[in-house]
Design a protein around this ligand. Structure first.
Ligand SMILES: Cc1cc2nc3c(=O)[nH]c(=O)nc-3n(C[C@H](O)[C@H](O)[C@H](O)COP(=O)(O)O)c2cc1C
Length: 236
């Protein structure tokens, strides 16, 4: 089976969000959102069983989907796609959101449209849960902006997928880890979020001056996007 061929399957990218009974908010990047019926309008989303968002959807019986705009960067995608609400409050990092009709949060920045659903059915497919919901509201947020596709995220923004994403390909990461490193000018890429460390730029915000080879970065340095350590980087 040629798993690389899966990259020919097209997806959009979304923030799937929900709330728990106490009104706490959470959400994560998702590429698995799809309209499955028209009358009534039903949507399907897939969320990993270990995701906090899955717990919130099960608890509240509602979810919202914000369609991410094309012109975002890895810094935006990092917390939403690589950090769990179990360890970070993602909604405090969002400039602007509002609570929808269902009580689920909707991103008002970086989103072109949204929809929200009441949960009808949950299907266990192993690692992930499929949540099927009936849409109760939907509208544009920034009608004239382009939505982000998975292909644009991979090929232009140079982002990758973490383990909890249905499109994660373990073999590919392993293969990239086998590449041989170059000299002090060698760029390195984070295998978790796709951030590229360029020695010419360093990471001044993280205390690494421009001109620092990757090999000379202290071991406790963390990826500025997703917070993992040097061991999760591979040479480009
Ligand atoms: C491009 C991309 C696509 C993703 N798609 C999904 C998805 O469809 N389903 C899923 O469960 N996780 C997906 N993820 C992973 C989650 O966003 C990630 O595990 C997140 O940290 C879970 O957050 P939570 O525990 O706060 O809910 C994706 C991540 C990225 C970067």
């Amino acid at each position: 089976m040629n798993i690389e061929s899966f990259f020919k399957i097209t997806y959009g990218l979304y923030i799937l969000s929900s709330r728990n009974k106490e009104g706490k908010l959470n959400g994560h990047v998702s590429n698995t959102v799809l309209q499955v019926t028209a009358k009534p309008v039903k949507f399907l989303v897939a969320s990993h069983k270990d995701n906090l968002t899955s717990d919130y959807i099960k608890e509240s019986g509602v979810f919202a989907v914000s369609v991410i705009q094309q012109d975002v960067d890895l810094e935006f995608m990092g917390p939403w796609g690589f950090k769990s609400g179990k360890t970070t409050d993602k909604f405090t990092e969002v400039v602007n959101y509002r609570i929808g009709k269902t009580g689920a949060p909707i991103l008002m920045d970086k989103a072109v449209a949204f929809l929200e659903c009441n949960l009808l059915e949950t299907i266990d497919v192993g690692s992930h849960l499929l949540f099927i919901g009936e849409a109760v509201d939907a509208d544009f947020i920034q009608k004239d902006k382009q939505p982000l596709t998975y292909s644009y995220y991979r090929n232009v923004i140079k982002g990758i997928s973490p383990e909890h994403s249905p499109t994660y390909i373990e073999e590919r990461v392993a293969e990239e880890k086998g590449d041989s490193p170059g000299g002090g000018h060698q760029k390195y890429q984070c295998t978790v979020c796709g951030f590229i460390y360029d020695p010419a730029e360093g990471d001044p915000d993280g205390g690494i001056p421009p001109g620092t080879p990757f090999e000379d970065i202290p071991d406790d340095w963390m990826c500025p996007v997703c917070g993992v350590t040097k061991s999760d980087f591979v040479p480009l």
